[in-house]
Design a protein around this ligand. Sequence first.
Ligand SMILES: Cc1cc2nc3c(=O)[nH]c(=O)nc-3n(C[C@H](O)[C@H](O)[C@H](O)COP(=O)(O)OP(=O)(O)OC[C@H]3O[C@@H](n4cnc5c(N)ncnc54)[C@H](O)[C@@H]3O)c2cc1C
Length: 418
Amino acid sequence: MTGMPQTNWAKSYGYHFRDCTVPSSLDEVRSVVAGSARIKALGSRHSFNPIADGEKALILDSLPLDPRLSDDRRSASIAGHATYGDLSRFLASHDLAVHNLASLPHISIAGAIATATHGSGSGHGNLATAVSALEFVAADGSIVKVRRGDPDFEGMVVHLGVLGIVTRVTLDVLPAFEITQTVYEGLTTRSLCDNLDAILDGGYSVSAFTTWRDDSAQIWVKDTPSIEPVPGTLHGATRATLKRHPILGMDPVNATDQFSVAGAWSDRLPHFKMGFTPSNGDEIQSEFHVPRRHGAAAILALAKIRDQLAPMVQVNEFRAVAADDLWMSPQYERDTLSLHFTWLPDEAGVKAAVHHVEEALAPFEPLPHWGKVFSPAPVGAHYAKLAQFEQLRRRLDPTGKFSNPWIEEIVFGRAAVT
Ligand SMILES: Cc1cc2nc3c(=O)[nH]c(=O)nc-3n(C[C@H](O)[C@H](O)[C@H](O)COP(=O)(O)OP(=O)(O)OC[C@H]3O[C@@H](n4cnc5c(N)ncnc54)[C@H](O)[C@@H]3O)c2cc1C
């Protein structure tokens, strides 16, 4: 990336940066951070709200990725700005894997764990749960290294970009595995809700997609290969005979391979291929996490406002994410159903639709995705560990150098820092 960063990846949000720095060594990162009053690391710019905005942008892309494997082959470390695609290529060359991936592999690791980015799978935590150690540059330019088991580690992984500049992450890895991907279509909302647990538990990673324009959802089942024949129908849905894009009708050429053909974990867990234009691009996203036990009721509540949703939604995706112990994770001590919306790129229309969604989901303890669009409100207050997180932030960044007005309001519930 060169020049002043103007917008996020989707071009749906315009940054307010007045200065930009692209360090080429860790020492340079340390001195730039120590010498700046306000500074914000940018990852791959995939967030849809102001979380990454600021006065001075710090772009880490010129630092080496330097991927390394531990001697026991149970963890791998890499620069924080590496994407999951970079990591996957390195792991693949060693026959290793991470437990899960998001919908596309182009997202930076430091940015993904900042917002508790997740994939799907009843038994799988969000991507931050694989982090076993972190190295970051704190506000005074010092290097902080923490690993699982250290005090406050659980507060540092879903870091919201406010604790320091993440320069290195270490992740748990496991032997490489194969995944098959099978798409089913024609699932009714009634069947989705009646069979929600069976659907979400029916594979390694499962997504259900609907547009609300008809009563016909898709199920994408990503599973480890089995000798059992792949069923032709699933809860009333039929196995697709044509390759599909999550947004029905869009060209599926960039979607990962389907038809139950086994392939590498990294080529099937995301919905989109690494080497191609990801997703749609012309979009805005929102997502709300509700406790898994409320999942079916939450989907039915959305079905009731389908007339408001259908004109604005490109696709709605439902995924399962397992509980964790990370303080600022929406999955903190709760399994969730995560209800994702890819909207049309119409800011005013999205604002109204998000309001309808928030009203519909209000009875179900929803927490918004930290990196997507929701109505401004002090969300941090809903987190049991907010006070501890605030203390941690005060220790590592006493002046709020890594923060911005949006974060102060939404996370910490107070007027903007000046
Ligand atoms: C097409 C698309 C698909 C998506 N799919 C998914 C999905 O499947 N699941 C899901 O949960 N989310 C998904 N997202 C949302 C996305 O994963 C999150 O918004 C994520 O935080 C983006 O990471 P990023 O690297 O782009 O971070 P940015 O948007 O650049 O930054 C996010 C935050 O991280 C901080 N940050 C970034 N790098 C560093 C660093 N090195 N050190 C310190 N702080 C840093 C920033 O300051 C900011 O606070 C998707 C988004 C898009 C556009």
